[in-house]
Ligand binder design. Structure first.
Ligand SMILES: Nc1ncnc2c1ncn2[C@@H]1O[C@H](COP(=O)(O)OP(=O)(O)OP(=O)(O)O)[C@@H](O)[C@H]1O
Ligand SMILES: [Mg+2]
Length: 337
């Protein structure tokens, strides 16, 4: 199982089961033939960052498989951006190690295969969108004959093709964020870091960015997504890690994170005497009006719960199983801490 951990939470490091997904330039994803196992897109061991008295990231150990959309969730100041900056070689870790696309962090050749949309950035307002992209083609050292095609593809992808010749100074926040995403996608990266990619976007823009992110996964690109938008993580991410005060408090697939935390709501038209006595064995329960809610019930045990009531002579009018959503689980995890 894929996991992220903080040494201070459970000391676990997991790197098993590296999916043999394919990143651009690393073989076709559709051949069905056996492919050589590849290193994870990201692997960190005890990655730690301290700023004077502030520990921004506490001994983070995480593996992200190739072709995964990995979500990093956490409240303001949790350390999400610091992790990305360390993985890009922009911030020096105080301790620990990190490998990205099979190379140590900061490796120059590898950096060309990484796209990055920072959470806060400003492009030169006097440049046009196409000029910004051209500048980044140069910084990326892309072969010059490919520039114009890369630029038009990028503008097309982020929905700015018609604004190619307009200056950044006249762009709205959302348009600048789209341009930032366009820069991150230049040159067909194998790994893309998106730090709050939809913070300035309207609902249509958010939907569009989600679609772009899914398309990246289709092409075998790994996406590391920092987000506050839990619905976004729920819709997009294969796995998530929840970070709080620099430490991972939970990680796994959404079903792993939420699966065990389901509840059932019951409405009885006839309740057997003392029927609630047996409820505690299924989970914590409470009654509100006609409804009884059992929290944390194993979904497989709901039938047994109903049987117990019926066997006692009760009649069950309604059974509504509910899964905890990510927001509820997120808040619960932060409170447990
Ligand atoms: N350059 C810096 N100097 C000092 N402290 C810093 C620096 N960068 C980050 N920090 C501190 O590290 C901690 C983590 O910050 P970080 O920006 O990584 O959080 P975040 O999870 O990205 O938050 P947000 O959701 O608000 O973007 C915070 O306490 C922050 O004040
Ligand atoms: Mg941040």
């Amino acid at each position: 199982m894929w996991q992220a951990s903080s040494a201070e939470s459970d000391g676990l490091v997991a790197a098993g089961g590296v999916p043999q997904a394919t990143a651009p330039g690393e073989g076709a994803a559709t051949t069905g033939s056996p492919r050589p196992s590849v290193s994870p897109a990201i692997h960190t061991l005890g990655l730690h960052k301290r700023y004077r008295r502030t520990v921004a990231v506490k001994s983070l150990s995480v593996s992200v498989g190739r072709g995964e959309i990995f979500g990093f969730l956490g409240p303001n100041g949790a350390g999400k951006t610091t992790v990305i900056k360390m993985l890009l070689g922009l911030v020096k870790p105080t301790a620990g190690e990190a490998m990205v696309l099979g190379a140590p962090v900061g490796d120059r050749r590898t950096r060309r295969r990484i796209g990055y949309l920072p959470e806060m950035f400003r492009f030169q307002p006097w440049l046009t969108a196409a000029e910004v992209l051209r500048l980044h083609c140069r910084l990326l050292e892309l072969p010059r004959p490919s520039w114009e095609q890369s630029i038009s593809e990028s503008l097309e992808t982020v929905g700015l093709a018609e604004r190619a010749g307009d200056r950044v100074a006249g762009f709205s926040k959302g348009m600048q964020q789209r341009l930032g995403l366009g820069v991150a996608l230049l040159g067909g990266p194998a790994l893309v870091f998106l730090d709050e990619p939809t913070s300035a976007l309207d609902p249509v823009g958010r939907h569009h960015v989600r679609q772009i992110t899914r398309d990246l996964r289709e092409r075998g690109v790994t996406v590391f997504l920092n987000t506050h938008l839990l619905a976004e993580a729920e819709q997009l991410c294969d796995r998530v890690a929840v970070l709080d005060k620099g430490a991972v408090v939970a990680s796994g697939s959404l079903s792993e994170l939420l699966g065990r935390h389901s509840r059932v709501r019951l409405k009885l038209s006839a309740a057997p005497a003392g029927w609630t006595t047996g409820l505690s064995a299924f989970g914590a329960w409470r009654t509100e009006g006609e409804w009884t809610t059992v929290e944390g019930v194993d979904p497989d045990a709901i039938a047994d719960l109903v049987n117990l009531i019926v066997a006692g002579g009760g009649r069950v009018e309604a059974v509504i199983p509910e899964h905890q959503n990510l927001e509820e689980r997120f808040l619960e995890l932060l409170q447990e801490k």
